[in-house]
Design a protein around this ligand. Structure first.
Ligand code: KG4
Ligand code: ZN
Length: 339
């Protein structure tokens, strides 16, 4: 039995989790900084770092108490080493390495996106490789071939805005709070996609995405309508059209990846994977097995970081032993590649 403490501080969530190799997840807690940042319409990096410092130790203590464990029960500490905000990452990395040093146990640097990719395994006992992952978060929109755990090929990427970023920017245009993805989804559930907005790169010959044109088209549409009238029903219909446009592209490209690679297992993860319209459309794809993380693990959390750390420990690919650390605000997933 191995007990892993996972820490996540890459952006605006501070999170800790305890993962037991035999029993699974024992406890996890997340502190969201949304209230801190929403005043500014986006994440303020310096405020994020300061808040992580304040929250991280109480969260670790809370996890240990909930699981009925103490710090001497921990066998390894895994932490998000990138990609993310430099200062925010440094908080998790320094706490993880000091704690591991004081307990004389390994500190394992985890790639945040690998955490998201493995997140369905928090509820799924079996997920055979290879599989394709559609990773859709605030910062990333990628189609990734998981050749095996730890070995990844990028099939498609966004050329500009990520899907979550597109949701958030369009939400801002509609006057919704940050991050706006879930508010667009709420409005959309009562509306119909009656407007004409582009589904960018829907029929491009590759597996790439582009969402910045959608934001511009939404701004033009809203300005045009505002000159006449703007009520809740119109807002709901615009939200439904935005959601329709983004999810159409995501589903079309994911289906194209399945056909092109002949791999029919598809994982959807990242914050946008909690979108119910996206899930409904993916579920209707024929001959594709779809795997989702549980809803609470779609957005950033430490349970997925603890699980990814455990996987790396099993693969004995944790070469760090002197507690010297580096964080990687930009970190190409394929540089991990373990054969
Ligand atoms: O994975 P995540 O928690 O953070 C990053 O690593 O980026 O994803 C956050 C993103 C935000 O852009 C948020 O608006 C979006 O996920 N999101 C949604 C929904 N819930 C969260 N987008 C669409 N529909 C939702 N229900
Ligand atoms: Zn994330």
């Amino acid at each position: 039995m191995v007990l892993i403490l996972g820490l996540e501080t890459s952006c605006d969530e501070t999170a800790a989790a305890l993962y037991d190799s035999e029993l699974g997840l024992l406890s996890h807690s997340v502190h969201s900084q949304i209230d801190l940042h929403c005043l500014y319409g986006g994440v303020v990096p310096e405020l994020a770092s300061r808040d992580h410092i304040k929250r991280i130790t109480p969260l670790i203590k809370q996890c240990l108490t909930t699981a009925g464990k103490n710090k001497y029960d921990i066998d390894a500490v895994s932490y998000t080493a990138g990609p993310g905000l430099n200062g925010a990452l440094l908080v998790g990395a320094s706490v993880a390495n000091s704690l591991a040093f004081s307990l004389n146990i390994p500190a394992i640097a985890v790639h945040h996106l690998e955490g998201h990719i493995l997140s369905p395994l928090l509820s799924q006992t079996k997920l055979d490789t290879p599989f394709i992952t559609l990773l859709v978060s605030g910062g990333h929109t990628q189609l990734i071939m998981v050749n095996h755990i730890g070995n990844y090929t990028i099939l498609g990427d966004t050329l500009d805005d990520a899907a979550g970023e597109a949701f958030d920017k369009c939400a801002k245009l509609l006057g919704l709070p940050y991050p706006g993805g879930k508010y667009i989804a709420q409005l959309a559930s009562a509306g119909s996609p009656v407007y004409n907005l582009p589904s960018p790169m829907l029929y491009s010959n590759d597996l790439n995405f582009s969402f910045s044109g959608l934001k511009t088209a939404t701004a033009i549409l809203i300005n045009k309508i505002k000159q006449h009238q703007f009520n809740l029903e119109i807002k709901q219909n615009i939200a439904a059209t935005i959601e329709e446009s983004i999810t159409n592209v995501l589903v079309h490209k994911a289906a194209k990846a399945v056909v092109e690679t002949k791999v029919n297992r598809l994982v959807i993860c990242g914050g946008v994977s909690s979108n119910q319209t996206l899930r409904r459309k993916l579920d209707s794809l024929k001959n594709v097995d779809i795997f989702y993380p549980p809803l609470e693990f779609c957005t950033d959390n430490a349970a997925m970081i603890a699980l990814a750390g455990y996987t790396r420990l099993q693969q004995q690919h944790n070469k760090q032993n002197n507690y010297a650390f580096n964080v990687h605000p930009r970190w190409d997933l394929t540089t991990l590649n373990i054969n």
